[in-house]
Design a protein around this ligand. Structure first.
Ligand SMILES: *Cc1c(COP(=O)(O)O)cnc(C)c1O
Length: 214
């Protein structure tokens, strides 16, 4: 943790930014509750999971034990899990299609409120990867706002594994400016310093914090 803090501080300083502008999400997917509570005991409160079902097995009891947890969904959301996801998460980072926007709007009408929403952008336009293509983002964001009355707070991306992340993060930052959103979720264990250099407000760290996944 000390080592990580030093790397975060150094990356922020190089970018001329305040490290306090960057929220570290501890990505606890596949990790049991016993691996998570030490972070909560240290005062860490921002976490991410990539599966609704797994989050539902772990987080309701943790929320009973600890105040002010902020939980982000960073994995794909099926339309039939929207109701459960809305109840569990404070932020959904993976809004990636009109059908999901419609489902969220419907659940929002029923509940009166929704988690904060980030649109996932497929910056590398990889066919196997979720996310809105960069060229379609403006239209999709307008559709979310105008047709579904959804508030969009940010963007998220996962760059192609075999490319330098920097240009993808720079593109995400530019797109955020174009559609007028503030939050930028970009950077994982292998490239979070690049994320910070390109303006990330949220970095998503799994391996760095919890060790390797099985
Ligand atoms: C697993 C995952 C992470 C964390 O990855 P690490 O490389 O272990 O830090 C971040 N973001 C998303 C969307 C993930 O699925």
């Amino acid at each position: 943790m000390e080592d990580l803090r030093a790397r975060l501080e150094a990356a922020a300083q190089r970018a001329g930014r305040d490290a306090a502008e960057v929220t570290t999400l501890a990505i606890s997917k596949t990790k049991p509750v016993e691996a998570i509570t030490p972070f909560l005991d240290l005062g860490h409160r921002c976490f991410g999971e990539n599966r609704v079902q797994e989050a539902n097995e772990k987080w309701p009891s943790l929320r009973d034990q600890y105040d002010a947890i902020e939980l982000h969904l960073v994995g794909p959301l099926q339309s039939n899990k929207v109701e459960q996801a809305v109840a569990l998460f404070d932020v959904i980072q993976t809004l990636d299609r009109p059908k999901l926007a419609a489902a969220l709007a419907k659940v929002g009408d029923k509940h009166g409120s929704l988690p904060a929403l980030y649109i996932q952008v497929n910056t590398g336009e990889e066919p196997q990867k979720a996310g809105i293509a960069p060229t379609e983002l403006a239209t999709f964001a307008a559709q979310c706002r105008n047709d579904y009355s959804l508030q969009i707070d940010g963007l998220m991306c996962i760059p192609p594994a075999d490319q330098a992340a920097g240009p993808h993060f720079a593109l995400l930052n530019k797109l955020a400016g174009e559609i007028g959103v503030e939050k930028l979720s970009m950077g994982m264990s292998g490239d979070f310093e690049t994320g910070i250099a390109q303006g990330a407000t949220h970095i998503r760290l799994g391996t760095t914090l919890f060790g390797p996944r099985n």
